[in-house]
Structure formats: structure tokens, C-alpha cells
Design a protein around this ligand. Structure first.
Ligand code: IPE
Ligand code: IPE
Ligand code: MG
Length: 246
């Protein structure tokens, strides 16, 4: 059986996350500026989102810009801030044809006004779509996400709207950006780095982690299927005891 057919005959994860790392290194290797890597990386995101939608994944969370990435040179930041606008045609075109909804997770208050408006517009215009939810994590950091959630919960507690015993895992989940998405099954990080870099710390509690050598612009359909195949061979125990798949 082909790799694709094997993967498609088994459990397809509902929610996968990708740390799209290695754009700069990919570009450097072919003698191009880092920004060229970001351009190819954003084009690749479109392709991978379409594949995820095609095979029935419900949500794809991608790390596009971290709360720490503001420390990069201004020219690189300016380039990255212009990328969502480049995507506009895709949101209206290919993504519309495939019923893909787009949401953004992150701070939303530090972008140029144009980017803020675009984000609101895209979320609004795609909100009725029923296919894949593409969750673009942009000015995203897990510390901020969790702290903001804790502050919201604290306000409700102070007002007397909730009691101490109401503060549960489910309530915390409901105060995260990912509240609408299924539980996270799998995280893939490209480019060989084996760290989390402040991404989805709460959501990753029982996710499977896969680190691949390929840089993000070179992570194609075949690489995605290889990662899914790897995921399907894992024995997820969630702290309990389950049958050995080996
Ligand atoms: C990931 O690629 C994209 C962003 C962080 C915005 P990098 O820009 O981190 O590329 P490398 O890791 O330096 O190669
Ligand atoms: C993580 O990559 C953030 C994104 C992919 C957007 P980084 O390149 O910023 O992470 P570090 O600095 O290698 O940990
Ligand atoms: Mg990097």
C-alpha cells in the first residue's frame, strides 16, 4: 500500500500544530536573503493547509510570528508584517473554494493598523466556512496566552461570577485562544531545532511531538504524510496503559 493510502486508512489527527521554522536557513543555503525564505514559507503554508483540508484534519495551528520575534531586525519584521496582505487573494480564492476558515491567535494590538484590519476582515469573512480551521498564530506567545486567560478568570472570580472550585482544566481551556479547536494531537517542528519556543504550552500536554530536519519551505505533502505515518505508529497512553502497537 502506498504511504498516502496507509495513512488515510488510519486515524487522522483532528488538530495538528506546526512550528514553521527554518525559512532563513533555507534561503541562505541557496544564496538568497532571509526574506525570500519567508516568501516561500508563506506559499508553502497555503499548500500544506490545502492538503490538511483535503485529508480531513479539522484544525491546523501554525506558528507564524512569536511574541519574541519582535527582537529581529526592523526590515525583516516589516517584511513579515506584509505577508498577511499577500495572502488576501488566497483567502478569497483557493481557501474559499475549499471552505477553509481562517482565525488568528495572538496579541492583535501591536500590529500596524492595516494588518489589524485585515485580520478582523479575514476572520469575519471566513467565519461560516465548514472545512479546515487554519489558526495562524501571529504575535503569539504561550506565556501571554496563559496569563491573559488567568487574568480573565481572576476577574470573574473577583466579581463573584465563579467560585474557586469552578476553576478547572476545562475552564482554563475555555480561556485560551484555541478554545474553539479540538484538543491538540500532534506538533511538528521543522528545521531540526528540538524546542517549543513558547508555543502552545498548555495545549501540548499530551500531544505527540515530531521534529523533522527539513526546513519549512521544503516541507511538502510527502513530508506531511511521513509525519502522520510516524504519529499513527505512536502508542498514546495518556498516563494509562494501552496495547502495544509494535
Ligand atoms: C521561521 O523561520 C519563521 C519565523 C520565525 C518568522 P526563521 O526566520 O526562524 O528561520 P531560521 O530559523 O532563522 O532559519
Ligand atoms: C519559532 O521560531 C517561531 C516561529 C516559527 C514563528 P524561532 O526561530 O523564533 O525560534 P527560536 O529562536 O529558534 O527558538
Ligand atoms: Mg528560526
Amino acid at each position: 500500500m502506498s504511504l498516502e493510502n496507509r495513512v488515510l486508512s488510519k486515524y487522522i489527527p483532528e488538530h495538528i500544530a506546526i512550528i514553521m521554522d527554518g525559512n532563513g536557513r533555507w534561503a541562505k543555503r541557496i544564496g538568497m536573503p532571509r526574506t525570500f525564505g519567508h516568501k516561500k514559507g508563506s506559499e508553502n503554508l497555503k499548500d500544506i493547509a490545502l492538503v490538511c483540508n483535503e485529508i480531513g484534519i479539522k484544525a491546523l495551528s501554525v506558528y507564524a510570528f512569536s511574541t519574541e520575534n519582535w527582537s529581529r531586525p526592523k526590515a525583516e519584521i516589516d517584511y513579515l508584517m506584509a505577508l498577511p496582505a499577500e495572502f488576501k487573494e488566497v483567502f478569497k480564492g483557493k481557501f474559499k473554494d475549499n471552505d477553509i476558515r481562517v482565525i488568528f491567535s495572538g496579541r492583535k494590538d501591536r500590529f500596524p493598523k492595516k494588518v489589524q484590519e485585515l485580520i478582523i476582515d479575514v476572520e469575519e469573512k471566513t467565519k461560516e466556512r465548514k472545512g479546515l480551521i487554519l489558526n495562524i498564530c501571529f504575535d503569539y506567545g504561550s506565556y501571554t496566552e496563559i496569563l491573559d486567560g488567568v487574568k480573565e478568570i481572576s476577574k470573574k472570580f473577583k466579581k463573584g461570577d465563579i467560585k474557586l472550585d469552578d476553576i478547572t482544566e476545562d475552564l482554563m481551556h475555555d480561556h485560551l485562544y484555541t478554545r474553539e479547536l479540538p484538543r491538540l494531537d500532534l506538533l511538528i517542528r521543522t528545521s531540526g531545532e528540538e524546542r517549543i519556543s513558547n508555543f502552545l504550552l498548555w495545549q501540548l500536554a499530551y500531544s505527540e511531538l515530531i521534529f523533522v530536519k527539513k526546513h519549512w519551505p521544503a516541507f511538502n505533502r510527502k513530508e506531511l504524510f511521513k509525519a502522520l505515518d510516524n504519529f499513527q505508529k505512536r502508542n498514546r497512553r495518556f498516563g494509562g496503559l494501552k496495547e502495544d502497537k509494535s
